[in-house]
Design a protein around this ligand. Structure first.
Ligand code: SF4
Length: 247
């Protein structure tokens, strides 16, 4: 599949937004929740774990603990037992209790609605904070998980591996009102088409807009390292780190 010559990212982003919206008209987190607290807890639990598995656990969990105060006062062994089917459950149980303790002592029991306050909670980084802001409070946020980082680089929207730098690059390119839906849709596309190891470029409707930075295809066996005025691509083979521990 030949790699297209493309205009700069700024000119391509509106077209990418439109095509992603056409592909994925629904845009919300796959985690089940009813309140900001439930989304916060579910997002902490989803680190390096599938949303499906988290959704299997949370109905029982949220029936047992209904408030931040109840989570903060949870018996550690009981909480761990409820989370035992989730990876790193001991550490996550500790983080959930510690985050809820801070919510009770510093924020009067209510999940705070600013990036700074959320990111100051134990076990919560910018990624989790932006998920909660966008999906629980309707405040636009750029969530850079492994999919958003990878696709942003392949699409030539950033040259960075550092999630915070990717976040700032996307903030400059994507209109603020689109931040949350754009990230959800990029995550869907990363899961369904633009896989980490073998992106399905031949079946991807973003292909005419995508320079496929660092993507080696069987037909080209060639690495594209720059597009238009974009900065040089990052070194190949490096995995995108995430701000939180989640993927
Ligand atoms: S699948 Fe290929 S063409 Fe589609 S977004 Fe990923 S790298 Fe670009």
């Amino acid at each position: 599949m030949p790699k297209p010559k493309l205009p700069p990212a700024k000119a391509r982003v509106p077209l990418l937004i439109a095509e992603l919206a056409r592909l994925y008209p629904e845009h919300r987190t796959a985690l089940d929740f009813r309140t900001p607290l439930e989304l916060l807890v579910a997002t902490i639990l989803s680190a390096q774990c599938t949303d499906v598995r988290v959704n299997l656990v949370t109905p029982t969990l949220f029936a047992r603990y209904r408030t931040a105060a109840e989570f903060a006062a949870a018996d550690p062994a009981e909480l761990e037992a409820l989370l035992s089917s989730i990876n790193f459950f001991r550490n996550k149980a500790k983080n959930v209790r510690a985050a809820c303790e801070r919510i009770v002592t510093v924020h009067g029991g209510e999940v705070p609605a600013t990036l700074e306050d959320l990111a100051a909670l134990p076990g919560v980084g910018r990624k989790t904070a932006n998920v909660v802001l966008g999906d629980a409070f309707g405040i636009p946020g750029i969530t850079v998980d492994t999919h958003v980082g990878r696709l942003s680089r392949r699409l030539g929207l950033t040259k960075h591996d550092d999630p915070v730098k990717v976040e700032y690059d996307l903030m400059k390119l994507v209109p603020q009102a689109e931040w949350t839906p754009f990230c959800h849709r990029v995550i869907y596309h990363g899961r369904q088409v633009c896989h980490a190891r073998k992106p399905a470029c031949e079946n991807c409707t973003l292909a005419p807009l995508c320079p496929r930075i660092d993507v080696v295809t069987s037909s080209s066996l060639q690495v594209v390292t720059s597009v238009g005025p974009e900065p040089p691509a990052r070194a190949r083979g490096k995995k995108a780190p995430t701000t939180d521990s989640s993927t």
